[in-house]
Design a protein around this ligand. Sequence first.
Ligand SMILES: Nc1ncnc2c1ncn2[C@@H]1O[C@H](COP(=O)(O)OP(=O)(O)OP(=O)(O)O)[C@@H](O)[C@H]1O
Length: 303
Amino acid sequence: MQVDVIGVCKDYATVRAVDEVSLSARGGEILALLGPNGAGKSSLVRMMVGLTQPDSGSISYQTGDVASATLATTQFGYLPEDRGLYLDRTVQDNLRYIAKLRGMARDDAQKSIANWLQRFDLSERASEPMRQLSKGNQQKVQLIATLLHSPQLVILDEPFSGLDPVNQEFVLSVLEELRSAGKTVILSAHQMALVERMADQLVLMNRGRVIAQGSLAEVRATLQPQQSIRVQFADTIDEAQLAELEGDMNTVVAHPNNTFELTCGGQIDLAQLLTRLQSLAPVVQFSRQHYGLHELYLQAVQA
Ligand SMILES: Nc1ncnc2c1ncn2[C@@H]1O[C@H](COP(=O)(O)OP(=O)(O)OP(=O)(O)O)[C@@H](O)[C@H]1O
């Protein structure tokens, strides 16, 4: 299924929560929404699953040749930010209830529930009230409730929150499995290292707006992060000479062994910089630090 969000805005009383957001999520792809608290991620996903309506713009869904402005409950699974299962009811009762809401036949529901409980290592907890489970295990039951009817579109608001590293890895593998099965996966998350490993498309939001989107390489190109360069000269150099280059640099930090850490803007011409450095003394090492998603994100939202 393809989800197309075009120029969507959403206002609450005094705040524009979502501001002219456009994106396309496709089958067989994981799209990750990233952004600080209050960036508008939950407001956006709530509109994508039809819980609220955009004030302007449009959201449409395409399955094969069939386009629609709405989703049937069987077509999507949604993990809400404020989790919604009944704490006094057992794990099994909760999941049966959700399966019924999703239109599953009793036998299919039972099989799917048993299968997912086993995969999430919760089979033995099936008859316990939700309240007795740890936060992480409650979260796993919520995930099962989202996936048990095998929806084409899976939308997860912070699926990793409350999970320990082992369970985060497990959920990551489940999401990759969904992608391999051709499902459309949209999630919001704060765990950059996990997102960087799995997402095909990133949508970085801040104050309701998209500030960068695309693959990690495309996001990097859009944000043009600062470059951090390490240079080592063969001989001692006159630091005053290096300082003359400082017009181009944000910072120059000296280290032992004629080594310097240079920080400069994203657009600097590295070949030209190297030539200029070589005019000071022979350069024996010249390397650029690789920025991961975490650093890109921090630079972007703190700008
Ligand atoms: N129901 C609501 N009524 C009024 N304001 C709201 C409502 N829901 C969200 N907001 C506001 O809209 C903005 C975006 O909030 P939203 O929850 O979408 O952000 P988020 O990116 O999901 O944040 P978080 O990472 O903290 O979950 C915030 O300023 C928030 O206070």
